[in-house]
Design a protein around this ligand. Structure first.
Ligand code: 6PG
Length: 245
């Protein structure tokens, strides 16, 4: 992984100010994507970090042309969407339920099929239809960072890290809920913009490893994120940046 340029590691006092800056960046990328290609395809992660961003994006009803926005998920826990651990469920409750985004533009990963494998195949089929069967190039992928250096549901030593042809795979995570679905690294690295959000001192060690350029993706999956023809930006707060000094 080539180290992101200094200006692509952006440090903010706290999660709230970081999230407000990310929301502005989402709006900017959305506007340029819509004017350039007519659409803005966004893939979001789950966990706790993006909650503040989702809440702030409720203030952007007038800033984005929502009918031209398509939202997808980077990963999902294989639980019912009404389960509080569901990534889609959190985004829906905190943001989407009160957003002007047309329902047909919201593409949650299915978690009610006979198996995670069937769900992964169905989501890949949905992506292939949307991206007209070429490699999916999301305009923006929002990623989080786990203290173990995982991102999406790509965990250290996972076989999914070596997947090069499938776009979506089922995984067994080392943390509950274990059954998950995730986009694969080639899909993430095909995006035009990949933005990491990381806040809190518990992320400092993983952030240092991911930004060191030495870690390998098997040990630190976040270091495997290196867009082939896209922009990589790290949005971090001071506490997470502690390890970088
Ligand atoms: C998930 C996420 C995951 C998350 C990191 C950070 O499904 O949990 O997609 O990759 O981004 O685990 O989680 P926090 O934001 O809760 O620290």
């Amino acid at each position: 992984m080539s180290l992101p340029a200094e200006e692509n590691v952006r440090v903010y006092p706290d999660l709230e100010s970081l999230s407000r800056a990310v929301a502005e960046s989402v709006a900017d990328i959305a506007a340029s994507s819509v004017s350039a290609g007519g659409w803005f395809s966004l893939a979001v992660s789950g966990g706790e970090t993006p909650r503040a961003l989702f809440r702030i994006l409720r203030e952007y009803d007038k800033r984005l042309s929502w009918p031209r926005v398509e939202i997808f998920w980077v990963d999902e826990r294989y639980v019912p969407h009404r389960d509080p651990r569901s990534n889609y469920g959190v985004a829906k409750d905190v943001w989407l339920a009160s957003s002007p985004l047309p329902r047909e533009n919201i593409h949650p990963m299915p978690t009610d099929l006979e198996s995670p494998e069937a769900a992964a195949q169905q989501y890949e089929k949905l992506l292939r239809a949307h991206f007209l069967h070429a490699w999916p190039r999301f305009d923006l992928v929002l990623l989080g960072l786990g203290p173990d250096c995982h991102t999406a549901s790509l965990f250290p030593s996972s076989q999914a890290l070596s997947e090069r042809s499938r776009w979506v795979v089922p995984v067994d995570a080392p943390v509950e809920p274990a059954q998950r679905l995730t986009l694969t690294l080639p899909v993430i690295n095909h995006a035009a913009h990949v933005h990491f959000l990381a806040a809190g001192s518990e992320k400092a060690a993983a952030l240092k490893r991911a930004l060191s350029g030495e870690a390998d993706a098997l040990a630190c999956p976040a270091s495997g994120v290196s867009p082939t023809d896209g922009e990589l930006v790290w949005w971090i707060d001071r506490a997470a940046a502690e390890g970088l000094r």
